[in-house]
Design a protein around this ligand. Structure first.
Ligand SMILES: Nc1ncnc2c1ncn2[C@@H]1O[C@H](COP(=O)(O)OP(=O)(O)OP(=O)(O)O)[C@@H](O)[C@H]1O
Length: 690
């Protein structure tokens, strides 16, 4: 695949020709923006509400038509052998398309640039020598600071041309990583593209080792789905779930860069803490039980225990007449509602109407002609209300969970046969809370309340939800996410070897079951775009212990990377050695992350400051001026730095409640580097690394 980089401005020169197309496309985009700006809505809107809505839509459109000087308008070109969609007749003319981030057309409406998500763009990502998909030539463009400076061709149907890896792709993968996460739209790989373009109807689960592009793929899938199902998803909504705020901050620019501004981002905690404030943390043992799917059944039983079979008839007085519905008839209604397994709150609303209906039937039998208004009025009479309160009382979900965690007898009544006595004791509060407001709720408690809420009233479902770092979710958290896409679909992204919660996912099959998406497709990504060969080989020594059976990632990075493991004599010397390693890394281009056990962070912060190094925390963006981030190991997941200095692996392992989790945390820390890793230790290294 020849790369072309020479300069020339004759019109016969291909690079000059492509540059001219770039200028023309930018001019066309400018014209599209000017058209949008010139729209006069006064003639078409009848009232000010419509006008405001329309004006906002136009403002969004103008924003989306901005020409960002450092974001190339197109990055590829496809030369089809035939007219797309036409019968492939011998000798027919081909068609040429420029592939970019958005659609641009000229004054006649003819396309200048095609959106990467359009069906005709797909072969840019998928066509191969084996299956050229009617593409004669695929061209990739290289840019330097917004300038088109190179191109590279593949002739997929030419048997004499040898297959080669793309230099431009390699350059893109090797590019230093300063600033927030970038999109990969120009270089999505075929196996990634299959996931990106899988249909909205199905849930996809991706298992992939560190740096295989799971996050990137998940975000591009959202962008793709929004393009392919724009109206439906605008109505139903999309959501990206990440492990913590600093991670969400790191990825938040990717979708806007792809022109998608409406996608919400949240942590699972954000989703479930609308009603209560989280003010405490559980011990691991308690959190594991609270996060177990058996808790869903405990809650279901507890809520249904509020239903009591009626013992009294209902007597409704209307005018001079009295109507009696006997207890056994109300009992039948209650039993029928229980059997229908509807939401508790919906049944609570339905029961008064059923009783009133029974009264209406009696009225009709007595020759009266009551209408619907009478039924509503009867449903609201004190007698009916009292009967409903006795048989199917309203339940406050937070109070229900409060009682389960405070009242041993109440818990036992609903948990017996599900949770052992020991497990019950583990989750009971030692000091029962007096009220919902006063209770010191934990994150796991909030998930229980969320489950109870859903038992009372169905949770609103979105059209699509992406869950990143999913391996860390508890079964109850999967359920919480699952009810937010119960009528939609999900993209589940994770790595079993990076699970660091006490309840982390053991198998995707189980996880998908809890999510309510057992029919999901499980895909695997194994090509690593982040971690260089030498470094991933070192980290993968941990795999047999932390996740037996999982294949090691194969790095596709050309530069082998640098790995240096240094022993420091004496714990006192460690801090100085770490600071020196940071200074050494900062001499290179790109970002440096100093990763350390959480407990080591204050000492290292002090050492860095004393040595005159300013540093960022994981939530802050690296810039050309400020390239060093001090990262507690607990926040390293999902992030990456060009150079990583890893402080004292043994301390990272010891920072976790058990060894396996500790080694998994270490695996995460070891796999954040893009170009080089320096490991410094005063204590012996964990033997698994030896
Ligand atoms: N096709 C690609 N072309 C170029 N870069 C890519 C491609 N796929 C992934 N990358 C880059 O590789 C890096 C790792 O990607 P990403 O963070 O999505 O991996 P991940 O699987 O989520 O990793 P982790 O398990 O560590 O969270 C990112 O910088 C991403 O931009």
């Amino acid at each position: 695949m020849p790369a072309h980089e020479h300069e020339s401005d004759t019109t016969t020169d291909p690079l000059a020709h492509e540059r001219a197309h770039l200028s023309a496309s930018r001019a066309a985009l400018r014209a599209m923006r000017e058209d949008a700006q010139a729209l006069n809505i006064r003639d078409v809107t009848a009232n000010w509400v419509n006008a405001a809505v329309l004006q906002a839509q136009i403002a969004d459109r103008i924003k989306s038509l901005a020409d960002l000087s450092h974001t190339p308008l197109f990055f590829g070109r496809l030369d089809y052998l035939h007219v797309v969609g036409a019968a492939q007749a011998e000798g027919a003319e081909g068609e040429q398309f420029y592939i970019g981030r958005r659609h641009v057309h000229d004054a006649d409406g003819d396309p200048m640039v095609i959106d990467w998500r359009a069906p005709v763009s797909q072969p840019f990502y998928r066509a191969s020598r084996k299956d050229p998909l009617d593409v004669g030539q695929r061209r990739r463009f290289g840019y330097t600071g917004g300038e088109l400076t190179a191109y590279e061709d593949e002739h997929l149907t030419d048997p004499s041309e040898a297959a080669q890896t793309s230099k431009l792709l390699q350059t893109e993968i090797e590019r230093p990583r300063v600033g927030p996460m970038r999109d990969i739209v120009a270089t999505i790989q075929p196996e990634q593209d299959e996931i990106v373009r899988s249909d909205l109807g199905g849930t996809v689960c991706v298992q992939g080792g560190p740096g295989t592009g799971k996050t990137a793929v998940g975000l591009h899938r959202v962008a793709y789905l929004l393009y392919a199902h724009r109206e439906r998803l605008a109505r139903t909504g999309t959501l990206v779930i990440g492990p913590n705020k600093s991670f969400l901050h790191y990825i938040e620019q990717v979708l806007p860069a792809l022109g998608e501004l409406e996608v919400k981002q949240a942590t699972v905690d954000d989703l479930v803490t609308a009603q209560v404030e989280v003010r405490s943390t559980d011990e691991a043992r308690a959190a594991v039980v609270k996060g177990d799917a058996r808790m869903a059944e405990v809650l279901r039983r507890a809520i249904r225990s509020h239903v009591t079979m009626p013992a009294e008839p209902v007597m409704v007085v209307r005018g001079s007449r009295r109507w009696r519905v006997p207890a056994y008839e109300i009992e039948e209604m209650v039993k029928e509602l229980l059997a229908r397994d509807m939401r508790y709150g919906a049944a609570h609303e339905a029961l008064p109407q059923r009783i009133a209906h029974a009264v209406l039937v009696r009225m009709e039998e007595a020759g009266e002609a009551p209408d619907d208004r009478v039924q509503n009025a009867v449903a609201r009479t004190p007698a009916v209300k009292a009967a409903v309160k006795a048989a199917w009382p309203a339940v406050d979900p937070s109070k229900l969970v409060l009682r389960l965690l405070s009242d041993p007898e109440f818990l036992a009544a609903h948990a017996n046969g599900l949770l052992s006595e020991d497990e019950q004791k583990t989750i009971l509060w030692t000091k029962p809370a007096r009220s919902v407001k006063a209770a010191k709720w934990s994150a796991a408690d909030a998930v229980l309340i969320d489950e109870a809420n859903d038992l009372v009233a169905r949770t609103h479902s979105l059209g699509h939800v992406v869950i990143d770092e999913a391996q860390d979710l508890s079964p109850m958290q999967y359920r919480a996410v699952g009810r937010r896409c119960s009528t939609g679909s999900a993209t589940v992204l994770g790595d079993l070897a990076q699970g660091t919660t006490p309840w982390s996912t053991q198998s995707w099959e189980q996880a998908l079951h809890h999510l309510g998406k057992s029919d999901a497709l499980v895909e695997e990504l194994t090509a690593g775009f982040r971690v260089p060969r030498e470094v991933i080989a070192y980290a993968s020594r941990l795999l047999p212990v932390i996740s037996p059976g999982l294949a090691a990632v194969e790095s596709v990075r050309e530069s082998p990377g640098s790995l240096s493991v240094r022993e420091v004599t004496g714990a006192d010397a460690l801090d100085a050695a770490v600071v020196a390693a940071c200074a050494e890394s900062l001499e290179q281009e790109g970002s440096t992350g100093l990763i350390a056990a959480d407990a080591r962070v204050p000492a290292l912060a002090e050492a860095l400051t004393a040595a005159g190094h300013s540093y960022l925390s994981p939530g802050q963006e690296t810039t050309a001026e400020s390239r060093l981030t001090l990262v507690p190991a607990s926040l390293a997941k999902g992030l990456e730095y060009d150079y990583v200095v890893l402080d004292e692996p043994a301390a990272v392992v010891d920072g976790e409640p058990d060894e396996r989790t500790g080694l998994r945390r270490l695996y995460v820390a070891l796999t954040r580097a893009v170009s080089g890793l320096i490991v410094l230790h005063a204590a012996p290294l964990p033997q698994e690394l030896g």
